[in-house]
Ligand binder design. Structure first.
Ligand code: HEC
Length: 252
């Protein structure tokens, strides 16, 4: 009985310790991200480039409903730049005094204007596939930023014998291999405002960083707070230790 219990506990521990191995699906191309680790933080210049990639390329098909233009202020864009980004798009507002809805340029307080009016329109434009909203995409997929990076750089020729249906593309990171998204990026697909060389790899890293910020904008503050808390605990521990030595000094 004891033996049985012990082996059950051992098996349970082993299973708990190896959740990563339980994941099925294509291997991920793991990257080093600036925000990882306790001292990690976002690189604002990279986030601004990532916004440019989303703006120039991804936003033609993907919405980001949870973000408002004014949120871009924390990437270091000026109020005028943000106003200009918003004003590129039209939104429906109203009703006005005549009881009619009307179109007006978007304002910084508006959420990102989606590329399609509704799901059907999005599917019609994409061979039946639905481009998902990207606001929380990095959190929604196993592997997070490494997965999205692997997906963006994972378009290759299919392995021999693999059939790719019409209107689909082979991607080695996508489960099953066939995806309805055409390869969105390539070398020089954008011309960076800050002069950074736009290799495919750079573009993928920048847009993934931007998507990570979108899903976890408070990360920098959280890390800064964590470091302060650890510092506080170290000081507190040192004080208690000194106190303990003083109190017990006379006991031999
Ligand atoms: C021409 C339209 C188009 C463009 C441009 C585009 N996508 Fe997509 N994307 C799609 C479609 C359609 C799907 C759904 C594919 C499917 O389900 O087969 C998709 C799916 C995705 C997914 C989800 C994959 C999954 O695991 O379900 C991610 C992530 C993604 N796109 C990121 C991006 C990023 C980042 C960009 C910009 C660099 C981009 N896309 C540009 C059409 C597009």
């Amino acid at each position: 009985m004891r033996k049985f219990l012990l082996s059950t506990i051992a098996a349970g521990l082993l299973a708990a310790a190896t959740p990563a191995l339980a994941h099925e699906g294509p291997a991920l191309d793991k990257q080093v991200w600036s925000w990882q680790g306790v001292f990690g933080h976002y690189d604002k210049a990279q986030l601004r480039r990532g916004w440019q990639v989303y703006h120039d390329i991804c936003s033609n098909c993907h919405s980001m409903n949870l973000l408002a233009y004014r949120n871009l202020a924390s990437l270091g864009f000026t109020a005028d730049q943000i106003k200009a980004f918003a004003a590129e798009k039209q939104v429906t507002d109203g009703p006005n005094d005549q009881g009619e809805m009307y179109q007006r340029p978007a304002r910084p307080s508006d959420h990102f204007v989606p590329p399609f009016a509704n799901e059907q329109a999005a599917r019609v434009a994409n061979n039946g596939a639905l481009p998902p909203d990207l606001s929380l995409m990095v959190k929604a997929r196993h592997g997070g930023p490494d997965y999205v990076y692997s997906l963006l750089t994972g378009f290759t020729d299919p392995p021999a014998g693999h059939v790719v249906p019409d209107g689909m593309y082979y991607n080695r990171a996508f489960n099953g291999g066939n995806i309805g998204m055409p390869p969105p990026i390539s070398d020089d697909a954008v011309t960076y405002a800050d002069g950074t060389k736009a290799t495919k790899d750079q573009i993928a890293k920048d847009v993934v960083s931007f998507l990570n910020w979108a899903a976890e904008p408070e990360l920098d503050q959280r890390h800064a707070l964590g470091v302060k808390v650890i510092g506080f605990l170290i000081v507190l521990t040192a004080m208690f230790y000194a106190l303990k030595r003083k109190i017990w000094a006379d006991v031999h």
